[in-house]
Ligand binder design. Structure first.
Ligand code: QV4
Ligand code: CA
Length: 513
């Protein structure tokens, strides 16, 4: 028995990388894509903490290539030049200030770590980098790190072009260049140590974890090697011995030899099937119906819930990059999007990440968005515009702020209220009217059919009058939206017409009147 306990305790210490390290009863992450550090610091204090957000995924904070053709695309930040904290989002002082201020109000910061590669092979040479550090991509020279030719995989890749030519060859995917990006030789201890040093600087500042960019393009053992060198989290905000949260960007939609499961030893993985399938269901494509969501999660062939990081859309697939395809729902399809995000946040599967975007002049030619490169709202000197807040709490300057949409924000709170409660009381009409609860704490019901819904269903909730947190919310013990009456046996009547602004209703015990 004692040995078993010791084994469990030892294992427990290694489990940290699966835990987002959020404060209790704060369960969701928001990706504040391309936001400035100063704006994030303020958002933590004025909005994220008061509304129960667990943490923020920030854009890559390190120095990157400045690209002027096209003009400052968002994706230049995925072309590192050095590990100095110096980007369009701000400098190191501002980054540190953000991490401190967010942690002080219980909101965690997760860094997007771009460590598979440096800039593109055609990045040129000079000082056109966000901090002005010199580099020479042609010579593989990055003195501000420093990296030199020895630190790249040029010799190891065996394709004619030096590029990944086939995703069916696991060696190419790991050792060749992704979109011409200079591929780091992660089997070298020097490279591993250099990456770990960068991540440790961030950990020491108070960062709670990392998204590992392009993880599929690194060998799981190489990732493991630099993770093993990481410090525990800063004890100013975290308890002694806490490991950073790790979630690896592995796009595994099935059909490729590389599987997300190869990466479980290191931390969680992004489950890309989640958004692709949920979009297909909610759009009712391919004969899919919401009724089929009854066994959503592992039942749909997803990775185990405790290994998954899930999202409806991400910064790539909301604009046709990466994977997921046409089914992905985004803010551009607001009504369906809110349903999808609502479903995700109500459902117990995975650690959930909410997307927060900027608007761009989307323009399709032959089915492709020719403006998919457009960077964040910016001033004429290229600096990123600040996130302004309108009197109605929405954002200005073309920041979409999906996380501030009432329906989404209230579902983030719903998820916190029902945290730890089982999936329960599933109901469906065999078509696109479905409902489920979370123990006796919360209940959600959708009508995605083309006819009105009027049903009595079991909510599992205690008797009382509840305020629907989709059409409104409880304010000063009054309800600004629809009211739901749950009788002594837990049953309640729900009516949702097809023309409802949002064809779903959600109630929880903190919204009881
Ligand atoms: C192009 C050609 C090359 C050519 C080169 C010549 O593809 O063959 O040799 O020009 O200069 C940009 C351009 C791309 C260009 C490349 C290098 O779009 O056309 O190469 O830069 O100059 C983002 C963008 C990419 C962008 C990259 C670097 O999505 O378009 O490339 O940043 O700026 C796979 C991966 C997955 C990846 C996903 C997009 O398995 O890991 O593709 N997702 C992550 C990030 C993503 C990021 C990267 C990885 C790279 O989420 O945002 O790519 O860090 O599915
Ligand atoms: Ca690689």
């Amino acid at each position: 028995m004692r040995i078993l306990l010791l084994v469990l305790a030892a294992a427990g210490l290694c489990w940290g990388q699966y835990n987002p390290n959020t404060v209790p009863k704060r369960t969701s992450i928001v990706h504040l894509f391309e936001w400035r550090w100063q704006d994030i610091a303020e958002e933590c204090e004025r909005y994220l903490a008061p509304n129960g957000f667990g943490g923020v995924q920030v854009s890559p904070p390190n120095e990157n290539l400045v690209i002027t053709s096209p003009n400052r695309p968002w994706w230049e930040r995925y072309q590192p030049i050095s590990y100095k904290i110096c980007s369009r989002s701000g400098n190191e002082e501002q980054f540190k200030d953000m991490v401190k201020r967010c942690n002080d109000v219980g909101v965690r910061i997760y860094v997007d770590a771009v460590v598979n590669h440096m800039c593109g092979a055609a990045g040129g040479s000079g000082t056109h980098s966000t901090c002005g550090s010199y580099f020479n991509a042609g010579n593989r020279d990055f003195p501000a790190v420093p990296y030199s030719g020895w630190d790249f995989n040029d010799g190891k890749c065996h394709t004619g072009s030096g590029e990944i030519e086939s995703y069916n060859d696991i060696y190419q995917v790991r050792d060749c260049r992704l979109s011409s990006l200079l591929d780091l030789a992660l089997e070298k201890d020097y490279v591993r140590s250099t990456i770990a040093e960068y991540m440790n600087r961030l950990i020491d500042m108070g960062v709670a974890g990392f998204r590992i960019d392009a993880a599929k393009h690194m060998w799981p053992g190489d990732i493991r090697a630099f993770l093993d060198k990481l410090h525990n989290l800063n004890t100013q905000w975290f308890s002694e011995g806490t490991k950073p949260f790790i979630y690896q960007e592995v796009i595994d939609l099935g059909g490729e030899p590389i599987k997300g499961s190869e990466y479980f030893g290191n931390g969680r993985v992004t489950e890309f099937k989640y958004g692709a399938k949920l979009g297909t269901v909610i759009r009712k494509w391919n004969g899919e119906k919401m009724a089929y969501l009854k066994n959503w999660g592992e039942g749909w062939g997803f990775v185990p819930s405790d290994r998954a990081l899930v999202f409806v859309d991400n910064h790539d697939n909301q604009r046709g990059h990466g994977a997921g395809g046409a089914s992905i729902l985004t803010f551009w399809d607001a009504r369906l999007y809110k349903m999808a995000v609502g479903f995700m946040l109500a459902h117990p599967y995975g650690v959930t990440r909410v997307m927060s975007s900027f608007r761009w002049p989307r323009y399709f030619e032959n089915g492709k968005d020719v403006n998919d490169w457009v960077g964040p709202p910016s001033n004429s000197d290229g600096s990123t515009k600040s996130v302004t807040i309108n009197p109605d709490t929405t954002c200005g300057n073309d920041w979409v702020c999906e996380h501030r949409w009432r329906q989404i924000r209230n579902m983030v709170i719903f998820r916190n209220v029902v945290d730890g409660e089982p999936f329960s009381n599933w109901w469906d009409n065999g078509s696109n009217q479905v409902a489920f609860g979370r123990g006796n704490k919360g209940f959600i019901i959708f009508n995605n059919d083309d006819w009105n819904m009027n049903v009595y269903v079991q909510t599992g909730l205690p008797a009382g009058t509840y305020c629907d947190v989709i059409s409104g919310q409880k304010e000063n013990n009054r309800c600004t939206g629809k009211q739901v009456f749950v009788s002594g046996d837990g049953m309640a009547n729900f009516q949702i017409n097809t023309d409802a602004e949002d064809p779903f209703i959600a109630i929880h015990v903190d919204a009881k009147l």
